[in-house]
Design a binder for this molecule. Structure first.
Ligand code: FAD
Ligand code: NA7
Length: 460
């Protein structure tokens, strides 16, 4: 339960002189920084915070780059984002409850903004929070060691000076994201394919595939969005190939879905149902791997892209060592709102205002969430699961309340709108669970909107 300021301040005495390391300054790391800076601004004594960020600036995935492979410093390129990316969920369902879109843009804006708008919004709150000097940019965490007396020894490379730094911390928050290390399966004969084969992580522009016959492997968010936008920007045809189940949307002309490919022979791809087709390019939208090469085995989250992260109490606290926290590791219906709820929870455990239950009690609660996920039947159940998860975090902290029920309703309406029309769900308007207002409809239908600049989007 949330407790009063005075009681809280008494509990905080134990958190002073402690050191917290946050790895990553993407949206999850920014949520953690915001949580601590909000406490600081409310007069609470917070521990010393250091955030290590491998890139030269904040924003994580939202920091678009033209580069693929390695960056200018020889580090793996982090962002998988591409030109013409528009939000694939209603922005109302990811709205910070302490900083509305309306507050940021000075007016109510439509529900599915392009990447640049969302980046501006995320960073807008960060810029107003006065924590940038807690972040060490161009600092890549190379290794973490558990210390015998508790705490962590963190080895970091300062990329600019090419020096290695070792520092000890009492608490560690891992916020490194999980959509950067591609899962790249092998297909029989794919090495004979004469055209371009790439993973979605390296996809940057639909323009490259204009006039081409394109095979897109995968049946989830990346496949749907990359394939559809290639069609929008002029691909001759797009064929989706699924492993488990088709996406089954009502696709525009020139788009079809087939079972999984079984082999590739030069330009010709054969599918499980025996059909064949010639292609010019193949994009593998086959998901990502959770990867924490800097963590030792005993601290490392091992999971796939799912709602309940094994080993994490409340999806945040490493059950075997509650000085370690992860933020943003779940499959994501909710995003920024969920990262905030997690960050506030992690902060309050560190500050001592949340007393964790015993390990046995934690384990038993974790099993309940795991069982619930294993018995989910459809996407609507997943939305309810993640909404309840956010509620279970928020009831313990002072993260400003938002209308979770309304956000569930909007998510379900969005899902239905997608089922009705995959090309026009972005033309719908949703209501904000923060301001309770219905957003305006965008001036141009998404399928016709080729210009994704901020200037064009914000026009009335
Ligand atoms: P990230 O954004 O991945 O940030 C992690 C940060 O950690 C990075 O800055 C990285 O450089 C840093 N880092 C990693 N390793 C180290 C290290 N060893 N040392 C130091 N720093 C390190 N979400 C939405 O809400 N709406 C969307 O429309 C949407 N579209 C998406 C489209 C794509 C193509 C992808 C890939 C994701 C999309 N997402 C979307 C989800 C997106 O992942 C989240 O919005 C958000 O970026 C996750 O934030 P994060 O901080 O957890 O991870
Ligand atoms: P997801 O949602 O994890 O989906 C991965 C997809 O890749 C899914 O359809 C998988 O099929 C498919 N997959 C994985 N391995 C294979 C193999 N070996 N063969 C064929 N198909 C395979 O990742 P996304 O990239 O779509 O989305 C991640 C985020 O990026 C998301 O938040 C977006 O907003 C952007 P399955 O259905 O499991 O059989």
């Amino acid at each position: 339960m949330f407790i009063g300021l005075q009681v809280w301040m008494k509990l905080l005495v134990g958190s002073m002189n402690k050191r917290v390391a946050i790895i990553g300054a993407g949206p999850s790391g920014i949520s953690a920084l915001r949580a601590f800076s909000t406490a600081r601004d409310n007069g609470i004594d917070v521990p010393e915070i250091t955030c290590f960020e491998r890139q030269s600036d904040w924003g994580g995935q939202w920091k678009f780059t033209w580069r693929t492979g390695l960056d200018e410093n020889g580090e793996p390129v982090h962002s998988s984002m591409y030109r013409y990316l528009w939000s694939n969920g209603p922005k109302e369902c990811l709205e910070f409850s302490d900083y509305s879109f309306e507050q940021h843009f000075g007016k109510s804006i439509p529900s599915f903004p392009p990447r640049e708008i969302l980046e501006d919004y995320i960073l807008g709150r960060a810029k107003k929070s006065n924590f940038r000097d807690w972040i060490k940019f161009n600092h890549s965490v190379r290794m973490v060691e558990n210390q015998e007396n508790g705490g962590f020894l963190v080895t970091v490379e300062d990329i600019d000076s090419k020096t290695i730094i070792k520092e000890t911390f009492d608490y560690l928050i891992v916020a490194t994201g999980h959509f950067s290390v591609p899962n790249v399966p092998e297909f029989d004969g794919i090495e004979t394919f004469p055209g371009r084969v790439l993973h979605a992580h390296d996809f940057r522009s639909a323009g490259e595939f204009k006039g081409k016959d394109l095979l897109v492997v995968g049946a989830s968010y990346s496949a749907e969005d990359v394939g559809l936008q290639c069609k929008k920007y002029g691909a001759k045809s797009v064929t989706f190939s699924f492993r488990t189940a088709p996406m089954d949307f009502i696709w525009p002309q020139g788009v079809d879905e087939r079972e999984l490919l079984t082999s590739v022979n030069k330009k010709t791809v054969t599918f499980k149902d025996g059909t064949k087709k010639d292609f010019d390019a193949i994009i593998l939208c086959t998901g990502y791997l959770h990867s924490f090469p800097f963590l030792p085995q005993e601290l490392r989250l091992v999971t796939t892209n799912r709602l309940f992260s094994p080993g994490l109490f409340k999806g945040v606290v490493w059950n075997d060592n509650p000085s370690l926290f992860y933020i943003g590791m779940q499959d994501q219906w909710y995003t920024f709102t969920m990262f905030d709820a997690e960050a506030w929870y992690a902060r309050d455990v560190i500050l001592g205002s949340i007393q964790l239950p015993s390990k046995e009690e934690r384990t038993s609660e974790m099993k309940e969430w795991d069982d619930r996920e294993n018995n989910l039947e459809d996407a609507y159940g997943m939305i309810d699961f993640q909404a309840d998860y956010i509620r279970s975090l928020m009831e313990n902290t002072d993260y400003p309340k938002f209308n979770v029920e309304l956000s569930q309703k909007e998510f379900k309406a969005w899902k239905k709108a997608k089922e009705k029309s995959i090309v026009s769900y972005r033309d719908q308007a949703h209501s904000s669970p923060v301001t309770n207002k219905l957003s305006p409809v965008h001036h141009t239908a998404w399928w016709e909107a080729m210009d994704d600049t901020m200037e064009s989007y914000l026009k009335d």
